[in-house]
Design a protein around this ligand. Sequence first.
Ligand SMILES: Cc1cc2nc3c(=O)[nH]c(=O)nc-3n(C[C@H](O)[C@H](O)[C@H](O)COP(=O)(O)OP(=O)(O)OC[C@H]3O[C@@H](n4cnc5c(N)ncnc54)[C@H](O)[C@@H]3O)c2cc1C
Length: 601
Amino acid sequence: MPDYKTPLRDIRFVRDELLGYAAHYQSLPGCTEATSDVVSAILEEGAKFCENVIAPLNRIGDLEGCTWSADGVTTPTGFKEAYRQYVEGGWPSLAHETEYGGQGLPESLAMTVNEMLATASWAWSMYPGLSHGAMSTLHAHGTPEQKAAYLSKLVSGQWTGTMCLTEAHCGSDLGLLRTKAVPQADGSYRIEGTKIFISAGEHDMAENIVHIVLARLPDAPAGTKGISLFIVPKFLPGTDDGLGERNAVNCGSLEHKMGIHGNATCVLNFDGATGFLIGPPNKGLNCMFTFMNVARLGTAMQGLAHAELAFQGAIRYARERLQMRSLSGPKAPDKPADPIIVHPDVRRMLLTMKAFAEGNRALFYYAAKLVDVVQHSQDEAQCEQADSLLAFITPIAKAFMTETGFEAANHGVQVFGGHGYIAEHGMEQNVRDSRISCLYEGTTGIQSLDLLGRKVLMSQGELLKGFTKVVHKFCQANESDAVLKEFIEPLARLNKEWGESTMKIGMAAMQDREEVGAAAVDYLMYSGYICLAYFWADMARVAAGKLAAGTAEEGFYKAKLQTARFYYQRILPRTRAHLEAMLSGADSLMDMAEADFSLGY
Ligand SMILES: Cc1cc2nc3c(=O)[nH]c(=O)nc-3n(C[C@H](O)[C@H](O)[C@H](O)COP(=O)(O)OP(=O)(O)OC[C@H]3O[C@@H](n4cnc5c(N)ncnc54)[C@H](O)[C@@H]3O)c2cc1C
């Protein structure tokens, strides 16, 4: 596995120079304690922890995997100890309310630390990562008693959380779920059913696991309108703040899977387990959206993590590996061959990884800033605007960042040649680990339907307009800048085309709803490439400004400008193919009769 080195310089560039985080924190009530000194200290300590404690576990987790026996699930060597250090260091509580023992720092700061944890070892980081969504759900929908019973233990990291949605017959379509919740005389519920694919569903890292479970009440309407949400702890909360009785929820087996071996993916049997309703009956899916939005951004980050790790491994290798000579003559004449970094095709792959890692970091931290505003702003209009932008950007972040993260992981293997396919270097693990990110938390197909159908068309284009306005203002403000012309002109053209092509799909969809499904994935990827074009243009603006003013870090800012140029010339043209495909209509997909798909066999 490539050694993880935290890209602190780039993290600071995006946070401070691009997105103005220092002023952002000082403008939001409840965030002012995040001064530059505090932020700096946290990022530096976080980087050390991730590099020294978490990163070494990534390969071990892959090789050992988790084991399951009658006693429960054992995580790979070192996972438990690292979790103990993580809790002792106060990392789980960074962005939680002081009322529950949290440190009350902004969510975006925790999201930055989470990026480091995720890149160091995604499989390890999933254990604390899932607690986060459980806490958000409890915060938003729990009763005061429920919050008192569970939140401080989750905030401290003493307990972890899960999300239990999936059943064998019910994945994307939650309306099909069958797990039952029968009311009991004492106000609790008896939960019966089997959930599958539950990440961190059982493990040895924390003393208790709080499952957030979707189930149906006996009289519930069919479909998604009859789903309720429950807390089902592994151990019921006891008296005196301790653990109570063991609940009837047990791991039935562990899934054998392609990657993320260090994370336990469990079949969970609820055999009459005691559960407690959260939120109103039959409104579970609405409540769960709190959880799912957090989790979606968390999974978006997984894409960034794999792109970063692939890049770090590949860049080191490309400088060392000697193969053939540069087309324009030897670049290392004293050596038997040139390092492969001299070859244009290797550079194409390295720059693709770099453009995705750094571009997606900008997109992710932009979303994180919106999360802060939604959570802290007292200004209703500002809050609403941030909420709309976040609703629009979340499916793009989830699907685009994971698809491009997977692509980057693949390039990582390719740069290593056959050695990338061999386990020793960890590049093949990075591909295997990254593949799941396009599937869970809503597949790319489901995110795309959410973006085009629910967010864009159902809002009559308003949510899209919210973002294209941001891009439009940026283009206007920089239109006379000669250095930025190569970015601003194509960006302004694409931004306009985005609205026009959406209208075309909307018109077609009025005649035939299949047009939405037929266009959705191309539409999402097209949108993702334009979003990244905006962030790359903005990064180019900052870099060009620094270079013009004179800087000791000329190399860093020049590389930003050059990566922006690479992105515009070599990646952004992909929008042409997506545009053509998404406007080509549904017929080429829907004309073939189902039976005819397999006539050649
Ligand atoms: C390692 C791992 C960890 C997981 N962790 C968790 C967890 O912690 N908690 C949890 O609840 N679940 C978890 N899951 C489950 C995961 O969220 C689901 O696998 C995912 O939502 C997809 O559901 P499915 O596998 O049933 O696929 P399906 O829903 O059967 O989908 C199959 C294919 O059909 C497509 N499809 C389905 N419906 C449509 C449609 N309307 N339009 C277009 N395409 C469609 C999908 O995009 C996909 O390509 C995990 C899964 C794995 C593998």
